[in-house]
Design a protein around this ligand. Structure first.
Ligand code: NAP
Length: 339
């Protein structure tokens, strides 16, 4: 069996590093070529099969060189939380460049990390299934981009020989993925919420950071479990298609607040809704503010397809993933109730 050559955009991110580590361990993978913008040393991370080159997904020539000779192309480069039009270019144009280069270079498979956000937080009385529409949420740029990129992928791969595995993880956490703590707006904003929003939530300036808790459950998934799912796509397990990814169990913002030593303030859905409307109208980091949409109603996915077809067995549940994330953030001294 000839071993796979795998090209990866965004190998240095929160998902990228655990994923390349998992690929590096795979007998089916012979060579990994990663590309992102900043300098990075794969040897220092023990990646014996990996080469790294600096490059931007907006530069078509760099993307074409990355994909040349690759059996599988994995697209992870994306801007998740950003406040500029640059994120739109990177997310949409960058993805198009990668998908077109994968097809043009004759890659057998394309693996793309989409997101639960692609569904656009639909109001359902059941868990979200892969066949539900990935139509995005109009008020949330990230959700919109994720939906647009999935539809772009369908267009570019239509009639192509390249098969696509599209993964839709919920929030990814774990010791190497502190985005939940460092980037999700309410945590990060602690003291920075605009006055009207703070008073709406009953917050006292200077007091312990508060997290408004609408009591809405959400899912988490450990980065190492996302890595094994993506790797199943790389080696072509099961069949191509879309796969939801989430660990067993759910948490609420209240659980997150308790883990961080913050104060959880229960807020009814009405207040979250009013807050969402308010921040939508403020010139206040609109991309970040839009994440509030994610907390307005439960967005829980059914993950049985990945378990059945890819034989995906997540090793970490939501509660242990949260605990590991907060412990790592505390150890790094980044956050953790110290603000
Ligand atoms: N983390 C989550 O909770 C989560 C959940 C669901 C889905 N996802 C999806 O999973 C994928 C990976 O997410 P992540 O958490 O690993 O993101 P991340 O930690 O922000 O990493 C992003 C990666 O992309 C690279 N990158 C960004 N812009 C680039 C550009 N213009 N050209 C080349 N490389 C670029 C970054 O390196 P440089 O900055 O050095 O270029 C980095 O390697 C994304 O598509 C994301 O939407 C993530």
């Amino acid at each position: 069996m000839s071993r796979l050559t795998v090209a990866v955009t965004g190998p240095t991110g929160e998902i990228g590093k655990p994923f390349v580590r998992a690929l590096n361990r795979s007998r089916e993978v012979g060579r990994i070529i990663g590309m992102a913008r900043r300098p990075f040393d794969p040897v220092a991370h023990g990646w014996t099969k990996a080469e790294y080159r600096q490059g931007d997904v907006l530069d078509r020539a760099s993307v074409q060189r990355l994909c040349e000779g690759a059996d599988v192309v994995v697209h992870l480069a994306f801007i998740i939380v950003a406040g500029s039009g640059e994120s739109e270019h990177i997310n949409l144009e960058g993805s198009r460049n990668v998908f077109e280069a994968a097809v043009a270079s004759g890659a057998r498979r394309l693996v793309y990390a989409s997101s639960v956000a692609a569904y656009g937080f639909p109001d359902l009385d059941r868990r979200i299934l892969e066949e539900d529409a990935a139509s995005g949420h109009p008020n949330m740029p990230y959700s919109r981009h994720k939906a647009q990129v999935e539809s772009l992928l369908d267009d570019v791969l239509d009639d192509a020989e390249t098969d696509a595995y599209v993964f839709r993880p919920c929030i990814v956490a774990g010791p190497e993925a502190p985005i939940l703590v460092n980037q999700v707006p309410f945590v990060r904003w602690g003291d920075r919420l605009p006055g009207p929003v703070r008073s709406l939530l009953g917050a006292v300036p200077g007091a312990r950071p508060i997290l408004p808790d609408p009591g809405v459950p959400f899912q988490l998934v450990h980065h190492d479990d996302v890595a094994t799912a993506l790797r199943a796509g790389v080696v072509g397990r099961g069949r191509p298609g879309a796969y939801n990814l989430a660990a067993d169990g759910e948490i609420t913002v209240g659980d997150l607040a308790r883990a961080l030593g913050y104060r959880a303030v229960p807020v009814p859905d009405l207040a979250v809704g009013a807050t969402a409307e308010l921040v939508a109208r403020l010139p206040f980091m609109p991309d970040e503010a839009s994440w509030i949409e994610a907390l307005r109603r439960p967005t829980l996915m059914d993950t049985s397809k990945a378990r059945r077809l890819l034989r995906w067995r997540p090793r970490h549940d939501a509660a242990s993933t949260l605990a590991a994330t907060v412990a790592a953030v505390r150890a790094a001294g980044v956050s953790g109730g110290s603000r």
